[in-house]
Design a protein around this ligand. Sequence first.
Ligand SMILES: *[C@@H]1O[C@H](CO)[C@@H](O)[C@H](O)[C@H]1NC(C)=O
Ligand SMILES: *[C@@H]1O[C@H](CO)[C@@H](O)[C@H](O)[C@H]1NC(C)=O
Ligand SMILES: *[C@@H]1O[C@H](CO)[C@@H](O)[C@H](O)[C@H]1NC(C)=O
Length: 475
Amino acid sequence: MQPGLLLALLLPKAAGVPVTGSPECPCVDVESGGYGRGCAAHDINNSAYPQCMSDAPPGWCGDMWCYVNRSNCLVTNEVSISPTAPPAYWSYTTCGYRDLFSLNNITDSIRGQTLRVLFIGNTGGWKGNYCTDNGQICVNQRGYGPVQRILDSMTRSSGFNLHQLNEAPEAVREHMARVNPTGSQFDLCTWATGMGFVDICGCSMVMLPRRTDASPFLTLWTEPVVLVGPLRGNQGLGGDFGAMLGKAFRPLSPGLWGLAVVVALSMSFLITMFEKTEGGQFEDVEHGESFGSGLFMAFFSLVTFEVQFAPQTVGGRIVSLGLAFILILLVSGYTASLTSFLVVDNRLSSTVSDLNGAIRLGLKICAHRSDSVQLLLNGVKEENVVIQQSRSVVLPSVSEGACDLAVVRQEDLEASQAQNGGSFCQLTRIGDPVTTSFSAKKSGGRAALSARDPGWLPAWRFALSLTAAIRETVG
Ligand SMILES: *[C@@H]1O[C@H](CO)[C@@H](O)[C@H](O)[C@H]1NC(C)=O
Ligand SMILES: *[C@@H]1O[C@H](CO)[C@@H](O)[C@H](O)[C@H]1NC(C)=O
Ligand SMILES: *[C@@H]1O[C@H](CO)[C@@H](O)[C@H](O)[C@H]1NC(C)=O
């Protein structure tokens, strides 16, 4: 019997994935006494990993992997280096598993270590790292805010310590001066991390290509940008007086208002007729005057939604009851639809429902310079992108009419609406986030570029490099 066949019979078979691995990266035989040969959970009960023999083994212990030939492998694989044997390459991916072993190993490798952190100050939102005095920027020092809280919780859960650096090392600043003299503190910080002078860049930042390119080891979280535009047809209370008066009549159609006037007038006429008879309200009143009063009371009843007559005759009272009933119908209909009008007014969304709508209509969109490329990538014409130099002027530029819509960070939208006395509350978020982010990971000597669905990722952005830790990783 062929050894491969025997192996296939003995080893548990992962659903769909052959024991020989995926054709893109077939398993190979290595002289290792069966360990790592063919897709199997080789580390379960493996005494080389005491944690796999514990009562609560890490997830990777039961995951399948095999040794592979890197020259013949197109998927993620890692290498084990030993002083006594040639490098051995292995892959979880080819067996249909993500490599949680390396991840675990990385987390383990920083436990108890002291990592160098460079803090960059943030303004313009509440998710960053800022100093106490009037939101002033912290220059190269620990401030407070979400960046600090996330670092604190990470240091606790992963058991590492922080050593704060006070500035980027000279070599990084020289690199910056050479490559991008006008670059920002954020560029400097990510480069310092990518170059291995710093382990953690502590700040909230927008990930730009020149930053993601800094290192294949950067772990990134990014907050998507959202499209924002004015609510349609909502004048709020700021509309002109005429418009406000006009609104009062909108709940009922002009026809219905006309009908109400005609009915009220004719019923008032009837009441006046009855009340002109003996014992009635207008018995002793002159003809002209009584009809004048009748007319006045008819309109007065209409605007107050209440019968203003004081009828004395049976006929007058019966018609008054009828009038009162019609007024009740009118007032309930009016208030009910007035309410729905006000609610609908505020719920009406913008003139477009997503970015594609904006592109179709050729609307002008304001964006911070770092977000403008997102718009171009998403197909917005260059002449319709209005680039702003500061995040804080993007939303005002929509209010001031410089553009029809804007793209901003969700954080900026929320902060502006909360902090400016409601002055941006007429703006609303439109459709899905517009970000298209790309993440690149170097694997097996190849760079794999994959488009990632932005979705709703964690609200803060944070770059953490584990360069040193990964370099140590051997499997
Ligand atoms: C691991 O070892 C324990 C005790 O020796 C045994 O009960 C268990 O079945 C083993 N698990 C596997 C998957 O071999
Ligand atoms: C790995 O694959 C390449 C190309 O297929 C081959 O030339 C090489 O001999 C293989 N190495 C081993 C150790 O099998
Ligand atoms: C990572 O895995 C290798 C190979 O098993 C091991 O020698 C090394 O100690 C691990 N690192 C940590 C920090 O556990």
